[in-house]
Design a protein around this ligand. Structure first.
Ligand code: SF4
Ligand code: SF4
Length: 129
């Protein structure tokens, strides 16, 4: 028996590579994330089906802004924390700093229309933007 503690894609990859061997998921996949430190994962992508990372300097507001704002920040933003999730940084502060560091602050002048969620995978469709 094989048990995978990778995401669901990892489980399926193992199942394809080990014909005749049962492979069981060791966890319930809920997002695509990055391992920040031992046992600490942070959600970075919800699979919206139309990646906009280039517009935001590589920081995803769809996933990391609590209000999923495409035209942020909201009125409660501070340089320290998100007003909704005080244990997290404001995604729009991160976007601003990142665009500033790569000389692309002009991207913030663009107004983004509401997201077309028909392109999202079912898992990614968790809220309107
Ligand atoms: S949620 Fe969409 S915009 Fe954000 S990283 Fe994933 S694919 Fe890109
Ligand atoms: S404080 Fe920042 S991350 Fe939090 S909801 Fe407002 S714009 Fe989004």
């Amino acid at each position: 028996m094989h048990r995978s503690f990778g995401c669901a894609a990892g489980v399926q990859a193992l199942a394809e590579r080990f014909p005749g061997k049962p492979v069981y998921p060791g966890l319930n996949t809920q997002f695509l994330g990055i391992l920040e430190e031992q046992a600490t994962w942070t959600e970075k992508c919800i699979g919206c089906g139309e990646c906009m990372l280039a517009e935001f300097g590589g920081v995803c507001p769809v996933t990391r802004c609590a209000k999923r704002m495409l035209n942020g920040p909201c009125g409660g933003s501070t340089s320290e924390h998100c007003e909704v999730a005080a244990d997290k940084p404001c995604a729009w502060q991160l976007i601003f700093r990142r665009l500033q560091s790569i000389g692309q602050l002009d991207r913030l002048e663009k107004i983004h229309p509401p997201k077309d969620w028909s392109k999202a995978c079912k898992h990614g469709h968790r809220g309107e933007v």
